[in-house]
Write a protein that binds this ligand. Structure first.
Ligand SMILES: Nc1ncnc2c1ncn2[C@@H]1O[C@H](COP(=O)(O)OP(=O)(O)O)[C@@H](O)[C@H]1O
Ligand SMILES: O=C(O)C1=C[C@@H](OP(=O)(O)O)[C@@H](O)[C@H](O)C1
Ligand SMILES: [Mg+2]
Length: 170
């Protein structure tokens, strides 16, 4: 079993929002590895970061991604940092992967200063730029299609993703 498509990209780019829309339009299920982690751990992502640190979160995430990529046949959204893991990138090699992209100002507007994303809690603009320096090439490496989201509604992004992958609606 493997997903119809996998969404990757930075925090706040709209993976979860667009993922739900895509699942609806394709008539398939939706799964999000962040949600799987929260359900399995019984606590928020922010709490896992605070309680155990980022490396422990990444280990949990790696298992969650493996089980979703091999056990789900609908739309799958990954957490923004999932591609940091080399085994995860190898696992994505045979998949349809859409990289949702955006510029820094759009990122700050969408993620704000909320505590829900611990990696952006302090100086979000600078942290986002640094994250993208480290990750942009990883998103590009795993992507079979890149869909810019700046100035597009979630519906327009979903439409562009379907076009890019030449997928037909249900
Ligand atoms: N295309 C878009 N235009 C404007 N806001 C968006 C768009 N896509 C998502 N958002 C908003 O940005 C925030 C982050 O979206 P989310 O789907 O949680 O991103 P991700 O899962 O990639 O972190 C949410 O408040 C969402 O409503
Ligand atoms: O980019 C990251 O390292 C992270 C992204 C988050 O998911 P979203 O990309 O869905 O916000 C979540 O997994 C965690 O806060 C870490
Ligand atoms: Mg998300």
């Amino acid at each position: 079993m493997s997903p119809v498509l996998v969404l990757v990209g930075p925090m706040g780019v709209g993976k979860s929002t667009v993922g739900h829309l895509l699942a609806e339009r394709l008539g398939v299920g939706y799964r999000d590895t962040d949600d799987d982690i929260v359900a399995a751990e019984g606590r928020t992502i922010a709490d896992i970061f605070v309680d155990e640190g980022e490396p422990a979160f990444r280990a949990i995430e790696k298992r969650a991604v493996h089980s979703a990529v091999t056990g789900h046949d609908g739309v799958l959204a990954l957490g923004g940092g999932a591609v940091l893991d080399a085994d995860t990138r190898a696992l994505l090699a045979g998949q349809r992967v859409v990289y949702l992209s955006m510029d820094v100002e759009e990122a700050v507007r969408r993620t704000g200063l909320g505590v829900a994303r611990p990696l952006l809690a302090v100086n979000p603009r600078k942290q986002w730029r640094e994250l993208m320096e480290a990750r942009r090439h990883l998103y590009e490496e795993v992507a079979t299609a890149v869909v810019p989201t700046d100035g597009r509604t979630p519906e327009e992004v979903a439409e562009a993703a379907l076009d890019a992958l030449e997928l037909k609606e249900a």
